[in-house]
Design a binder for this molecule. Structure first.
Ligand code: ZN
Ligand code: ZN
Length: 239
């Protein structure tokens, strides 16, 4: 029952200007994060990394590109899991990661709303990889776009991962529970490291107990007025 009360509390009391605040925070942090990030990109493309231009530069040809795609996702998923867990350490959390957890039920606009140190640290694995492993430049660009889209998608609490994939893939249902319950589901794409690290939590949304389920229930019972129900992330179709 405390889940229900917590969720109701956060849903109803979350300020209506949440999205505007998320955008504002991301817009102030991103320029700061981009300074060291662009510096790293320069090092990468100016020949200091293992990036290459042509498929025949790959030690394994086309299969090498496919393998580097898989290993990029596995490597960055592992690194982000541990960096994210580190950012939740009680001595670190308030300094850098707390601003991202202001939003208990985040919108996609929260996906880039990080303290600059937090944002840079969680983006670091994407830049460590090409210094350690060979990677095609165009594939790198594609993966970089993909991870940004993925980050946006896991902050949209609409739970659209196919049900069969939910045991292995860390979707928005998992990440919504991370924002709600704090020390579970630190992962980025996969549930692997949460399972190995003992922090996996089966998403409440997949048990029919997610925040959207609660709002629908409260609305059906007439306990939420139309205006209050339209608070951020009501999950109803009018949004
Ligand atoms: Zn977190
Ligand atoms: Zn988040």
């Amino acid at each position: 029952m405390d889940l229900v009360l917590n969720v109701a509390d956060h849903y109803v009391l979350t300020p209506y200007n949440q999205v505007r605040r998320e955008i504002k925070y991301a817009m102030t942090s991103l320029p700061v994060i981009s300074i060291p990030t662009v510096a790293l990109f320069f090092y990468e493309v100016r020949g200091y990394s293992k990036l290459y231009d042509n498929v025949h530069d790959s030690p394994l040809g086309w299969p090498g590109l496919f393998l580097s795609m898989i290993s990029f996702l596995l490597f960055t998923d592992m690194c982000i899991y541990w960096i994210h867990r580190f950012l939740h350490h009680r001595l670190i959390y308030k300094l850098f990661h707390k601003p991202h957890h202001v939003w208990k039920i985040p919108s996609p606009f929260a996906s880039h709303a990080f303290h600059p140190v937090d944002g840079f640290m969680q983006g670091l694995p994407y830049h460590i990889y090409p210094f350690m492993f060979p990677l095609h430049k165009v594939l790198y660009l594609g993966l970089y776009v993909f991870v940004n889209i993925w980050t946006i998608s896991i902050h949209d609490g609409d739970y659209r991962i196919p049900l069969a994939l939910t045991p292995a893939i860390n979707g928005s249902a998992h990440h919504t529970d991370h924002h709600l319950f704090f020390d579970y589901n630190y992962g980025q794409y996969f549930t692997l490291w949460d399972r190995l690290g003992g922090s996996y939590r089966h998403p409440s949304a997949l048990l029919g107990k997610g925040p959207h389920d609660l709002i629908r229930k409260l609305q059906a019972e007439g306990k939420l007025g139309e205006d209050r129900g339209k608070g951020r992330g009501s999950g109803s179709k009018e949004e």
